[in-house]
Ligand binder design. Structure first.
Ligand code: UD1
Length: 334
């Protein structure tokens, strides 16, 4: 069903980085947006409070979440509570109030490692990289069958899911809960698996930040971005206003009774080293340094096909990397 204007949308996480852009784009498209955010007094775990805003709504766009990689296992209860329990409360309240459409912010972290090809064994899924390899500066994952270095491939929505940290686990749990809700209630759910989002109002450097925020914060403080490994690790950096447009497109997508998941990516991958160089140049320095450090939990490459979102949602990212990074280099942080 394609929506036109005037859809009554409840937007959770409306005061956040991505949520605030989604709020703007939905309003510009003529929809009626009610924002829910813990910062403005309504927690998604508050079923009664949600009930009051959901009455009469047509759709929910669920961005509220505890994000990032987490610091240690002490974070687990909080991830589970906000992301898993919060989503369960939201879905129950949607069913109670007959709201039959959900757009869910998911993440490419549900895939774990990216997709790879072995020259001999074809498509393979490597396990975590070995410390001994990383210590020697051998950063490319190896074939689980023959041990030779792998070439990266693009990942599509049908890839096996392999969440490797608390955040990833709770994002996948959200997708599963949303699929249960869709099946039981006949509602339609669209999960948007965001790749590396960046842009204006991105929260500044915290232990939970992604690499774009870390580099941008370093530059703002006059420090060089520190590029780990050899800088050759590939990601898909997608601008936050493109992500907001994907949410708008997703309002008209999905199928009753199902959850459909889409990669939300630019389709043009760049290495972390390239990103650091582009951002540093646009900022006027200092130049990045490549340190050879590594983090054990990091995946080497993760790049996606944006094809399904193009075909089924009509979503294509519009903001080119160089333009987006140029603006991000001086745009205010959140
Ligand atoms: C990130 C997010 C993940 C989110 C996903 C999609 C974090 C910590 N990770 O995953 O939650 O779902 O994007 O939006 O928020 N790096 C450096 N220098 C640094 C920091 C990192 O070179 O100072 C490198 C890392 O080694 C890694 C790459 O940058 O190779 C990306 O790191 P990061 O953004 O933390 O994690 P993602 O795996 O991309």
């Amino acid at each position: 069903m394609a929506y036109r204007r005037g859809v009554k949308v409840v937007l959770t996480g409306a005061a956040g980085f991505i949520g605030s852009h989604v709020a703007e784009i939905l309003a510009e498209a003529g929809h009626e947006v009610t924002g829910v955010d813990v910062r403005t007094g309504l927690d998604v775990r508050d079923r009664d409070g949600l009930g009051r805003v959901l009455a009469g709504a047509d759709a929910v766009v669920h961005q509220a979440a505890k994000v990032g990689l987490g610091v240690n296992v002490a974070d687990l209860p909080d991830y589970a509570s906000v992301n898993v329990y919060g989503t369960a409360v939201l879905l129950a309240a949607m069913a109670e109030h007959g709201v039959a459409r959900l757009v869910l912010a998911s993440s490419m972290v549900v895939y774990g490692e990216g997709a790879y090809d072995c020259a001999e064994h074809g498509g393979v899924r490597p396990g975590p990289r070995l410390t001994a390899d990383l210590e020697r500066g051998r950063f490319e994952p190896r074939c689980p069958r023959c041990g030779s270095e792998l070439a990266r491939a693009t990942i599509d929505e049908g890839a096996p899911l392999d969440p490797r940290n608390a955040y990833a686990t709770t994002k996948l749990a959200q997708e599963h809960l949303a699929a249960n809700w869709a099946r039981e209630s006949g509602g339609s759910a669209v999960a948007l698996r965001y790749h590396n989002v960046y842009g204006p109002r991105m929260p500044r450097d915290t232990p939970y930040s992604g690499v774009a925020a870390i580099f941008r914060s370093a530059l703002a403080a006059g420090r060089p971005p520190r590029v780990f490994e050899d800088g050759g690790q590939m990601r898909d950096f997608v601008e936050v206003r493109d992500v907001a447009r994907a949410n708008l497109a997703a309002l008209g997508g999905g199928r009753p009774g199902c959850l459909t998941a889409y990669n939300i990516a630019s389709g043009v991958p760049h290495s972390v080293g390239e990103m650091a160089a582009e951002l540093a140049a646009a900022h006027g320095g200092p130049e990045p340094v490549t340190t050879g450090e590594y983090r054990l939990g990091d995946v080497r490459h993760i790049v996606a096909s944006p094809e399904l979102a193009r075909r089924q949602l009509g979503f294509v990212a519009e903001i080119p990397f160089a333009q987006g990074m140029k603006e991000f280099a001086t745009a205010p942080l959140g």
